[in-house]
Design a protein around this ligand. Structure first.
Ligand SMILES: *[C@@H]1O[C@H](CO)[C@@H](O)[C@H](O)[C@H]1NC(C)=O
Ligand SMILES: *[C@@H]1O[C@H](CO)[C@@H](O)[C@H](O)[C@H]1NC(C)=O
Ligand SMILES: *[C@@H]1O[C@H](CO)[C@@H](O)[C@H](O)[C@H]1NC(C)=O
Length: 321
């Protein structure tokens, strides 16, 4: 009796199971890193430095990002800080570095790490109420003395004479009725908007992340924080193994959970069908008993029914022709 009550609506049971299962998956997936964008900076610094196999000063070296960050481009350039200050850099990807750049604390050699976040821009730099017309580009300065270092803090870098300019390659068309602006995210994630210079050029006096944005036509919808799955683990040599293990753990638990759910659903469906068949058999038995009873009472009623069912196939074949 009790079993039948439960199995009569298998969908509900599956939902209930999902409900109880989900928090377990969720709690494993969600990454407690407070600032995914900062963790990404650390990861990209590490991978950008690996591009220096035979380091030469003043030459950009393109790095390779780990597969789970496919879509992001990185590059690194090593410079003597004295020469950066006196000569600047004519072009480093989209950036033009003027003379007069200074860093704090002073280092003899520094490395500029370039990031193009591509299709990951909104994941790491969500800006509710705005749409990106160009990818988010980053420029960050690090101590360049030890090229095998990871988890380096950024140096303070600022332009003491002219501004750094960023010439974005491809800019999406501005939505009708909107105005394009430059967006600059400092290292604390604070965003500032400045005027766009000549269509696709922004300027800055500091390092950080930059893009061109426009207010989106639709009113801003509260956007949930960046999907936890994509929050990158902080990849430093000491934690890389742990993170890999954790990622596999997550994948394993999700796959296992899904398989278990499917099995459960199948079992429930089977039990429900079995139950239904049993009930049908009971009903049939009851009906047979009832019919037997009726037959004894009104004996001739059976003939017309039998006739009706026999004529049905003719009907159907008429439609089919
Ligand atoms: C970005 O594109 C790459 C393929 O080019 C894909 O593997 C990756 O998942 C995409 N990232 C996002 C956040 O959509
Ligand atoms: C830069 O790195 C070198 C080598 O690791 C270290 O000796 C130096 O103190 C660092 N400079 C600063 C300002 O942190
Ligand atoms: C950026 O914006 C904040 C407020 O949103 C402001 O306090 C700060 O001075 C701005 N910084 C620059 C460099 O414009």
């Amino acid at each position: 009796m009790h079993m039948r009550l439960q199995f009569r609506s298998p969908e509900k049971l599956v939902l209930v199971i999902c409900f109880f299962w989900w928090p377990m998956v969720e709690s494993q997936v969600s990454n407690p890193l407070p600032k995914p964008a900062r963790a990404l900076d650390a990861t990209l610094q590490d991978y950008a430095y690996r591009a220096f196999i035979r380091p030469r000063t003043g030459i950009p070296f393109d790095g390779i990002v780990p597969p789970y960050l496919t879509g992001i481009k990185i590059s690194a350039m090593r410079l003597r800080s004295g020469s950066l200050y006196r000569r600047g850099v004519e072009t480093f990807k989209e950036f033009k570095l003027p003379v007069g750049l200074r860093e704090q604390p002073y280092v003899e050699r520094l490395v500029l790490v370039y990031q193009n976040l591509g299709n990951w821009s909104t994941t790491y730099y969500s800006l509710p109420g705005y749409i990106y017309l160009a990818p988010v580009l980053g420029l960050l300065a690090y101590n360049g003395s030890d090229l095998s270092a990871s988890n380096l803090p950024e140096l303070d870098l600022w332009a003491s004479e002219e501004a750094i300019t960023i010439k974005f390659g491809k800019v999406s068309p501005i939505p009708v009725g909107s105005v394009a602006k430059c967006a600059w995210f400092d290292l604390n994630g604070q965003v500032n908007f400045t005027k766009l210079l000549s269509g696709n050029v922004c300027s800055t006096t500091e390092q950080g992340h930059f893009s061109i944005v426009a207010e989106s036509a639709v009113p801003p919808v509260p956007v949930p924080p960046a999907p936890p799955e994509s929050a990158p683990p902080k990849h430093t040599p000491t934690t890389r193994k742990n993170n890999e293990a954790r990622i596999w753990g997550i994948i394993g638990s999700v796959t296992g959970g899904t398989a278990l759910l499917v099995l459960l659903a199948l079992f429930i469906l089977w039990a429900w069908r079995y139950n239904k068949r049993k009930r049908m058999r009971e009903l049939e038995r009851a009906a047979d008993a009832g019919e037997a009873l009726r037959m004894t009472r009104i004996g001739s009623m059976r003939a017309p029914f039998a006739l009706a069912t026999r004529t049905m196939p003719n009907f159907e074949s008429d439609f089919g022709a």
